[in-house]
Ligand binder design. Sequence first.
Ligand SMILES: [Zn+2]
Length: 471
Amino acid sequence: MMQNMIQYPNMLKVHNTLSGKKEEFQPRQDKKVNLFVCGPTVYDYSHLGHARTYIIFDVIVKYLKQKGYDVFYLQNITDIDDKIINRAKERKTTPEKLARDFEKEYLKDMKGLKVDSVSKYARATEHIKEIISQVERLLKKGFAYQIEDGIYYDIAKFKEYGKLSKRTALQAEDAVSRIDESKGKRNRGDFCLWKLSKEGEPSWPSPWGKGRPGWHIEDTAITEKYFGSQYDIHGGARDLIFPHHEAEIAQMKAISGKTPLVKYWLHSGFLTVKGQKMAKSLGNFITIRDFLKENSTRVLRLLVAKNHYRSPLDYNDNLVLQTERELERVDEFVDKLSRIKSVKAGSQQILKGAEEEFEKAMEDDFNTPRAVAAIFELISAGNSLIDGNKISGSDAKAILAFLKEIDKVFNFIFWKKEKQEIPEEVIKLVKEREKCRKEGLWQKADEIRKEIKELGYWVEDTKDGSKIKKI
Ligand SMILES: [Zn+2]
């Protein structure tokens, strides 16, 4: 009796940065998963490092959904920040216009990468009321203090500061990236919650005068609004652990008194280019835009999936070439499978093995490289069977169905053949023609076929439906 109960979802294990261990995944409430990933600061084009992070979390969310979890994926958009104000000055535009323009570009990039699992994007500037409310509560509870240029968080008041990043209070004093310098701060590591605006800078009214939010407070203000003071998963790239995520814990615990803020912290590894950190000064800075000019999205999606999300990933030309070759193997296999018509009895064994391997890999902290390896083992085994004429039509169909299912998560298997090569206009006509044929309107169907031919495509009627070919 008990045995039947120890099945998924308890099989899934995820690596939690907070404990430094793999833990059994059990959402706070049944199968409901509230997940937050740090979104972009919209002051420039996104690069391959961003692409890696957002593809990984897209894969994770799609996998969780496939396993029956009800996922709410929230992402913030940092549309007010020093970087935005400075860039707008350089470009002689307003911070607001710059932020809106680059937000649009970001969303365009995500669409290009087939990252389409985000349930809600929340702009910082649309949550000023929530941000001010958090700052007020932090002041009231004595965790924040006001000095000349704004309100700061006193990290000395929060005993657990450094717990996520495994830093001591002293080390926390050391690293001060994106933490705001000010002479009047009590501790070097104190970070800004509310910045009083200088003349000409964007500002919102507050009890302390006109100002704008610090960087860390927008995340907790936004997650508190949509999830409450505790939720299931917080994701992001490794470099955000400190001080950004550490600050989030400090803010929310101080406000709510509840712990933990987040049940599972998931962090993705760095992306380097030819062994070096990506930097404009090194000339190895690759934007998503530039990558997609010369390569297909599926190359990047497979390339990312072939590496474990927590490991560093070194991007180089060889890796791209190798990935392209692997995709040719995928296409060839899918093509062969689709053409198998034999009705001879086959064996489902290779599929069963692949399915098990795939699931085992994904349930083990989203081990996508092992899951991808299982797909390629299936391709090898399948090719041998096909070459030996030992595969049945129904087996081929079952393998294709499995590949389609996992491609809802990975998005690199079925590509242009189904999605890009044939113009939408043609697909629409083919569908219309199929409808005519079903209703016995043969003459109309023939007319539509001519129309399709004029567009450069040929329709063939098979027992599995219409096949479209380019003439
Ligand atoms: Zn964030």
